[in-house]
Design a protein around this ligand. Structure first.
Ligand code: SAH
Length: 461
């Protein structure tokens, strides 16, 4: 072990930063976070750093390095751009047994500073023993995705209830079981989702129960899986996917995304081809309730965003009637995914000041839209489920005054390796699906912004 990991208490301890540049400023900020009493030593100092010093009661000494300044100091960071000075600071500090770090030169000092995942009061420090700060940063970035931003809140909650739990569950084994259930169950999830009050009262309630009665309730995560590229999942989506006991997914969710669900989770395909639903909507709604009532963590994984043409509202309606805890995780909707990956900005100061998301498919199979509202200058239309009704769409738009030559595009299987973009105009739009054998899912985008595709297209598959 090249370095011994430890967490140092620096509250009100005298620390010295030597240097006035950007790096010194960054290190100073870190020391301030730990409550250290910082002195900065710099011949020249960046103006923003000087301002930080003034605002934080930092003693700023505008002078060159002098070993006498180490008197009474407990920790030093040498961060000047002069190697010789840095080394000298390190030598002097080591001789006085003062902890010293030299920026970019781990060998000269006595300690290095790790990459930190900060979920105050939870801190995760990563070190590669000085071998590769880049690797440490990459590792940190991975941890950032796995650990909810509000993990700190959880730690605070635990410390508040520690004594009470100890009283209620006298044995270590019971206490451990209790906390394991709390930390992996709906109470923790509520906290991450910002429902602090609810989490608190549920925790109180659980504490009032006997261990025998203590059971973990199920919960439902209604998660948007984005348009297809797994890289477009949110951190939260990925985390919930990795802790669910059972997942219900449909045709729109790309197989690569289903792959990311916890390996031993039960998978239930609930279909949903156009007008050939493998499982009727009511049955899906009921299944979510039944599974949650069995105490399971149920992931309802949907394509795109659950609240945009995703029936998310219908599915959670029944959950709320049964008082089942749920949370909704937004996803990147097909319109933004397809538009970005096709190089078609949905709005643009020169071409479109508004964008409408519309569906070309209604419950009864017809298209019944407010056509005149759709035909407006400087407006983009993003049409979901529009390929089958594309001739009605084109005819009605022109009938209501849309110029025949208005640019239009069909984006097939957007954001995936199968993505194809076909551009045309609104008049000739109906010819595209047959001519190119368009496959679902596909998205129609209509408006002058489509003309930017030639210039801005970037995604090569
Ligand atoms: N909730 C989803 C939309 C569901 S409706 C969302 O927010 O994206 C299904 C329609 O979305 C499809 O018929 C198609 O028009 C569109 N769609 C979804 N994924 C798509 C993709 N990868 N490429 C093109 N269109 C897509």
């Amino acid at each position: 072990m090249p370095y011994f990991p430890l967490f140092l208490k620096l509250q009100d301890r005298p620390c010295l930063v030597v240097g006035g540049g950007e790096v010194a400023a960054r290190k100073t900020q870190q020391l301030l976070k730990a409550g250290a009493q910082v002195t900065v030593l710099a011949l020249e100092i960046a103006s923003s750093f000087e301002k930080t010093c003034q605002e934080n009661d930092i003693v700023l000494k505008k002078q060159g390095y002098d070993p006498a300044l180490l008197e009474g100091i407990e920790l030093v960071i040498a961060a000047t751009d002069n190697n010789n000075i840095n080394k000298q600071v390190a030598r002097d500090a080591l001789a006085k047994s003062i902890l010293v770090n030299v920026v970019d030169d781990p060998d000269s000092g006595s300690f290095i500073m790790p990459s930190v995942v900060d979920r105050n009061p939870v801190m995760i420090a990563v070190s590669t023993g000085g071998a590769s700060p880049v690797l440490a940063r990459l590792l940190r970035a991975r941890l950032e995705t796995l650990i909810p931003a509000s993990y700190g809140k959880l730690a605070s909650l635990i410390s508040r209830f520690r004594d009470k739990v100890k009283k209620q569950f006298p044995t270590i084994r019971d206490r451990r079981r209790f906390w394991e259930k709390i930390l992996q169950g709906p109470i923790a999830e509520m906290l991450y989702a910002g429902q602090e009050k609810k989490a608190l009262s549920l925790l109180e309630q659980q504490l009032d129960q006997d261990m025998q009665e203590f059971k973990s309730d199920g919960e439902v995560y209604l998660v948007g899986g984005g348009p297809g590229d797994p890289d477009l999942l949110t951190f939260r989506a990925l985390r919930l996917m990795q802790q669910a006991d059972v997942v219900l997914y449909d045709r729109l969710v790309a197989p690569e995304i289903v792959e990311l669900v916890r390996k031993d989770a039960e998978r239930i395909y609930v279909g949903k081809e156009r007008s050939n639903h493998s499982l009727p909507q009511q049955e899906i709604n009921q299944l979510l309730v039944d599974l949650a009532k069995q105490g399971k963590r149920v992931l309802r994984l949907k394509g795109g965003d659950p609240f945009i043409f995703g029936r998310g509202g219908e599915e959670i309606d029944l959950l709320s009637k049964h008082d089942i805890p749920f949370q909704i995780v937004p996803g990147i909707t097909a319109a933004s995914g397809c538009a970005s990956y096709a190089g078609i900005p949905l709005t643009h100061r020169d071409f479109a000041q508004s964008c409408l998301f519309i569906t070309g498919h209604l419950k009864d199979g017809s298209i019944n839209l407010n056509w005149s509202a759709l035909v407006q200058p400087q407006q983009t239309l993003a049409v979901y489920m529009g390929t089958h009704g594309v001739d009605v769409l084109s005819r009605e738009l022109m009938k209501h005054g849309m110029p025949d030559l208005t640019p239009a595009a069909i984006v097939q299987q957007g954001t995936t390796s199968e993505q194809r973009v076909y551009t045309t105009n609104v008049k000739e739009l109906p010819e595209i699906p047959d001519k190119y054998d368009i496959k679902p899912p596909s998205m129609i985008i209509i408006g002058d912004v489509v003309s930017l595709h030639d210039k801005l297209s970037w995604f090569k598959n």
